[in-house]
Design a protein around this ligand. Structure first.
Ligand SMILES: Cc1cc2nc3c(=O)[nH]c(=O)nc-3n(C[C@H](O)[C@H](O)[C@H](O)COP(=O)(O)OP(=O)(O)OC[C@H]3O[C@@H](n4cnc5c(N)ncnc54)[C@H](O)[C@@H]3O)c2cc1C
Length: 373
């Protein structure tokens, strides 16, 4: 006979957002049942690396997971160089000029997932529920963009595909990365090189190259030499000679926003609630900010209020509405601007980059948006 678990909160999802939420609730001494799925393809580790902002790092520190990451799985970004699609159109950010410790931290995605999994094993109030039936006053869904439970609840989240794939891979350069992240905004692709210390210290990068689907597929199918040649042309050798270090993977890109993020007894977090283009590296940062907001709202509830009380959960929804909408619109707007083929728009956007670069207050504002979002 299977016994029904009766925790305070049931967290459903297998990604970083679900794991962080379970750990954060456990720290409030709430009993959590965590429902995870086994990894889809355990033989193929995630080749991505996440650019995390200071707020996400602070949360991971509080959850005692940041310091558990091996030193070579985290690299601080001290400079960011953004280039447009005309000679000289550029925008540079530096941690020193912004007066911050680092602009971002690049974290190995598979390693983060491993460390979070290990921490869950020690969390005193988290029970891994497996297939056991769970009856909890609050169901927190962090099932990702294709959340089936969200659909069962009747919550619409129309997925708007960009018709693009992000090609992700690990690269090794013949020169030191110097803690510099580089990004090229062009029509129609966006290419990011995120400095990493894996597989080789000081010389590795995580690549995220967003392109129209057909072009991306050609790059995914190309032999390594042809791929490296395409990379050399796209980056103009700015990061040195780049060599593929492992498998490539393609991720379909889309924009989506759930029509509601809570109701009586349920709440959505992370990609189950909002999906943005990775060009600004903010999807997981938004999900971790959801975790922070929900745990604070629950901790501050009136003693008589139930955890699943819709009025309580609306406080979370109100707190997250503007930041998630703003980030979605910013990434969507940037993508439309840079994907526009018209020569006039091209001229304007390249002049715009130069203009922002020459206006320190505007530049500071843009940087702080990315650092704190
Ligand atoms: C190429 C690329 C690069 C990116 N780079 C960055 C970056 O630099 N910085 C950043 O902040 N973000 C980045 N992102 C975005 C980031 O990957 C996502 O926002 C983040 O992974 C969302 O986390 P999540 O836990 O909400 O969802 P997911 O990572 O999708 O995890 C949800 C998991 O739950 C599982 N699941 C589904 N149903 C159930 C169920 N019923 N029970 C149990 N489990 C279930 C799913 O299979 C999935 O494994 C990037 C995205 C891409 C595609």
């Amino acid at each position: 006979m299977t016994t029904t678990l009766r925790p305070d909160v049931c967290v459903r999802g297998s990604g970083a957002v679900a794991a962080c939420l379970a750990l954060a609730l456990s720290r409030q001494a709430l009993a959590v049942a965590l429902q995870e799925d086994p990894p889809a393809d355990p033989g193929r580790p995630d080749v991505r690396a996440y650019a995390l902002n200071a707020a996400s790092v602070a949360l991971l520190r509080e959850l005692k997971t940041w310091d558990a990451l091996p030193a070579d799985a985290v690299t601080a970004v001290y400079e960011m160089r953004v280039a447009g699609d005309a000679d000289g159109a550029a925008l540079d950010f530096s941690a020193w000029r912004q007066g911050v410790e680092a602009l971002a931290w690049i974290v190995d995605a598979a390693e983060l997932q491993r460390v979070l999994g290990a921490a869950l094993g020690f969390a005193p109030h988290v029970q891994r529920a497996g297939d056991a039936p769970v009856d909890a006053p609050l169901l927190a869904l962090a099932e990702g963009k294709h959340s089936a439970t969200r659909a069962q609840l009747g919550v619409a989240m129309p997925l708007q595909p960009y018709g693009q794939l992000a090609v992700a891979a690990r690269l090794v350069a013949d020169a030191d990365h110097g803690g510099v992240a580089r990004q090229w905004f062009r029509a129609p692709d966006v290419l990011a090189l995120l400095p990493l210390d894996r597989p080789e210290p000081r010389r590795s990068y995580a690549l995220v190259w967003s392109l129209p689907q057909a072009q991306a597929q050609v790059l995914l199918d190309a032999d390594p030499a042809a791929f490296e040649q395409a990379l050399a042309e796209a980056t103009g050798g700015a990061a040195g000679e780049l060599r593929l270090a492992g498998e490539r993977a393609g991720w379909p890109l889309l924009y989506a926003r759930a029509e509601a993020v809570c109701g009586a007894g349920w709440v959505l977090l992370g990609d189950a609630a909002h999906v943005v283009h990775p060009l600004a590296g903010q999807g997981l940062n938004l999900g971790l900010a959801d975790v922070r907001a929900l745990t604070e709202v629950l901790a501050a509830r009136e003693p008589w209020r139930a955890l699943g009380d819709e009025r309580l959960l609306q406080r979370y929804a109100r707190r997250r509405a503007l930041p998630t909408l703003a980030m979605g619109q910013l990434t969507d707007g940037l993508l439309s601007l840079f994907a526009h083929p018209s020569p006039m728009v091209r001229e304007l956007r390249n002049r715009g980059l130069g203009l922002v670069d020459s206006l320190p207050p505007l530049k500071r504002l843009l940087a702080s948006f990315a650092i704190d979002a």
